[in-house]
Design a protein around this ligand. Structure first.
Ligand code: ZN
Ligand code: ZN
Length: 365
């Protein structure tokens, strides 16, 4: 089967014919139908985050269960599923508290392989690793049943794929993590795949003002179509000052950073009013740090928190997000700017890096 493989940092992906073993106990094989081109793949490809090479990237995907290994009862062949890039053991301290994104039931095995420590992919006899233990830039994926969530069968594939990363991360950051109250004023910095979903999550939550911030006017135009009431181009305007002007001198109730840079992490704290909540969502390189004023955090009782994967519980939230799409309460169609074939995947990353798109999706037949 074919897969797009990262053999070296900062090199294009190579489409290779790789060998795949079938699912073992607790595992499934999924025929991938659609997989999104996401900044997190890019971070691994350029060495921002540690990766075991050679690696099949890809983590935002949906497909059809092709075969299940012994002991799997959560899905069966023919089920439509969305991949979850975090597992949920269901019984660790975090899963028990409903925080399955932090599940620590599987820490024992090294990343990139199965939970038993072995790998299912090989190229020329050499072990090949899978990003987030899924690696969806491939025609088929063998992974733990914990990493797939069954969904309704009328959900279209490209839209289903996006639920598995950018939609869950963005909408979840608003509804599950920050629990934005109706009537609030919200700032969103960064209007890529995740940021646009924060914008529409804020709309879903009934926010009053949704102020979108980016450096590119085309992305601010996208944000308007997803519900932004105001936009700020951070290249030409002072962000925190403009936010104050737009909120009667107060500042926002919530501010979300979908980028995760030294500048934007500090900006979200400056954008919220005293008592406001700033949320870090976008993940930068591991080396990035940011400066905040502890004194002002205390004097003004501001909160700064991080939300991973929208703080969702994938098995609960993915089907809900699909229903919200099918009932036209969230817009996933306008997120998909372009589709690619697997062979065109490097073009997808070039366009992602250029910022010309909302989201690109690789489709399989
Ligand atoms: Zn992603
Ligand atoms: Zn757990």
């Amino acid at each position: 089967m074919k897969a797009a493989v990262l053999t070296e940092i900062n090199k294009p992906l190579q489409i290779l014919d790789v060998e795949q073993e079938g699912p073992k106990t607790g595992e499934v094989r999924v025929k991938v139908k659609a997989t999104g081109v996401c900044m997190s793949d890019w971070h691994m490809m350029i060495g921002d985050w540690p990766a075991r090479l050679p690696l099949v990237p890809g983590h935002e995907a949906a497909g059809i269960v092709d075969e299940v290994g012994p002991g799997v009862t959560s899905v069966k062949a023919g089920d439509h599923v969305i991949f979850s890039f975090v597992p949920h053991c269901g019984h660790c301290a975090y899963c028990s508290r409903g925080r399955s994104v932090l599940c620590n039931g599987y820490k024992a095995s090294p990343p990139g392989g199965m939970y038993d420590g072995t790998t299912r992919l090989k190229f020329n006899g050499e072990a090949l690793f899978q990003m987030a233990r899924i690696g969806t830039f491939a025609e088929y994926v063998v992974c733990s049943h914990e990493n797939v969530v069954p969904i309704r069968k009328d959900m279209p594939w490209a839209q289903a794929a996006l639920v598995g990363c950018s939609v869950a991360t963005g909408v979840g950051a608003v509804t599950r993590h920050a629990k934005v109250r109706a009537g609030s004023d919200v700032v969103v910095i960064g209007c890529g795949g995740v940021g646009l979903n924060i914008v529409q999550g804020a709309k879903l939550a009934g926010a009053r003002r949704i102020i979108a911030v980016d450096l590119l006017d085309n992305k601010l135009a996208y944000a308007k179509t997803f519900g932004a009431t105001d936009t700020i181009n951070a290249k030409t305007e002072k962000v925190a000052k403009r936010v104050k002007d737009l909120t009667a001198g107060m500042g926002a109730d919530y501010a979300f950073d979908a980028i995760g840079s030294q500048i934007t992490a500090a900006q979200i704290v400056d954008c919220v009013a005293p008592g406001g909540h700033a949320v870090l969502v976008g993940i930068p390189a591991m080396t990035v740090t940011a400066a905040i004023s502890p004194a002002m955090m205390v004097f003004q009782e501001k909160s700064l928190t991080g939300s991973m994967y929208g703080s969702v519980q994938p098995n609960l939230d993915f089907p809900i997000l699909c229903d919200l799409y099918m009932e036209k309460k969230i817009n996933l169609d306008a997120l998909i700017s372009r589709t690619y074939k697997l062979a065109e995947i490097n073009e997808g990353f070039a366009q992602l890096a250029a910022g010309s798109h909302a989201r690109g999706v690789v489709m399989f037949d």
